[in-house]
Design a protein around this ligand. Structure first.
Ligand SMILES: NC(=O)c1ccc[n+]([C@@H]2O[C@H](COP(=O)([O-])OP(=O)(O)OC[C@H]3O[C@@H](n4cnc5c(N)ncnc54)[C@H](O)[C@@H]3O)[C@@H](O)[C@H]2O)c1
Length: 347
């Protein structure tokens, strides 16, 4: 991996995409001493200007072309906060310019679309990191610490219930819950279970009261290497009382179990039910956490757990779950990866 900024000076970043999440990123970039915002690219330059003005993130140049703005600003890196369908073209453009990229999840809508980006990062010798912001919480740092002493996780469960009215691209997607949201929990399951997924059986549906065009409800059971299981149940249109945005987690190992409601310090128990101590930890959270890790990796040349070639397994979990639901059968991660390789080579 080429490291663009060995010096201590802030990394000069261009943000592409200044919509809803783009505004949160602008605020985060401006608040970080590690980076300096030098440009904002959006298909709609008025959206970019308004976002800059409303977030107080200026001054920065605004443009519709990443290539032109990168040349004009001598940027070091790109933060990609466009809609999922635009992740691939923007990442490929940035990597072709020799710039490392921190890209919002999901890397792409299919594994086949991810593979050329992974190859482009390899070719450019640059980091393509996916921002899986729900890996970065102080409470999760506490959870990982206590879980680490309990032995390998053999059973895990996540229940997710929210009912947001977003409008926009999510309400038109075929599988909005699995593709746009559940990827967070699928990805976190990989992290917490410390193993790779092998197969999934999933059913998704769209209740009569849903305001989404596609399936807003899903239940999936993943088998992980070694035989451990991860059970996910999610709804993006209620009607249950809402969980946190992280969902409610239960993780079981031979040394005990951990429960996390996604909003408070986890609780942990020994097999006999005796409470285990959980210590408070403090780490940069959410997108500030992924931005900090991106900069640290560029500076010291390490690779994050969500580098594109690693994160593609989380995308494969999503694709396998969608296929399982469509075809009403168990789908393996291996068949998704093999099929994607064939598609990517053919195209
Ligand atoms: N980590 C999280 O918790 C979280 C939360 C919300 C959204 N997201 C992710 O953030 C991304 C953006 O979501 P959003 O809600 O901000 O979407 P949005 O539709 O509000 O904004 C996307 C912006 O990207 C611009 N854009 C689209 N294609 C472009 C292109 N080719 N070049 C330049 N600009 C382009 C659009 O004009 C728009 O301004 C998505 O990948 C989404 O999944 C993550």
């Amino acid at each position: 991996m080429t490291v663009p900024a060995q010096s201590a000076r802030p990394l000069r970043v261009i943000q592409v995409g200044a919509g809803g999440m783009g505004r949160a990123w602008l605020r985060t970039i401006v608040a970080s001493p590690d980076v300096e915002l030098v440009g904002v690219v959006d298909l709609d330059m008025d959206v970019a200007r308004t976002a800059l003005a409303e977030t107080g993130a200026g001054p920065a140049q605004v443009g519709a072309s990443l290539t032109e703005l990168a040349a004009a600003t001598s940027a070091d890196a790109v933060v990609n906060v466009t809609v999922p369908a635009a992740h691939s073209p923007v990442n490929l453009e940035a990597l072709a310019l020799g710039l490392p990229v921190l890209c919002e999840k999901p890397m792409a809508e299919s594994v086949a679309q991810c593979l050329p980006m992974i190859a482009a990062a390899e070719r450019a010798g640059q980091l393509l990191m996916i921002s899986q912001s729900r890996r970065y919480y102080s409470q999760l740092a506490s959870l990982r610490e206590v879980l680490g002493g309990l032995g390998p996780v053999e059973v895990a469960r996540c229940d997710f219930a929210r009912a947001p009215h977003f409008g926009g691209f999510r309400e038109q997607m075929a599988e909005p819950l699995i593709v746009d949201m559940a990827i967070h929990q699928f990805d976190l399951a990989r992290d917490l279970m410390g193993a790779d997924p092998v197969s999934v059986y999933c059913e998704s549906s769209n209740p009569s009261w849903s305001w989404y065009a596609g399936n807003a409800v899903a239940t999936a059971v993943f088998t992980f290497a070694g035989g451990s299981r991860f059970a996910y149940t999610g709804t993006w249109c209620g009607p249950y009382p809402e969980t946190s945005w992280n969902g409610t987690w239960q993780l079981g190992a031979s040394g005990g179990g951990v429960r996390w409601d996604g909003d408070h310090l986890p609780t942990a128990y020994a097999p006999d039910g005796a409470p285990l101590a959980v210590h408070e930890r403090k780490v940069p959270e959410e997108i500030a956490g992924s931005l900090a890790e991106f900069v640290a990796c560029l500076r010291d040349g390490t690779e994050p757990a969500t580098a594109g070639w690693r994160n593609v397994i989380s995308v494969a979990m999503v694709e396998a779950a969608v296929r399982s639901s469509a075809e009403a059968r168990v789908v393996t991660i291996a068949e998704v990866m093999d099929g994607a390789r064939e598609t990517a080579f053919a195209t």
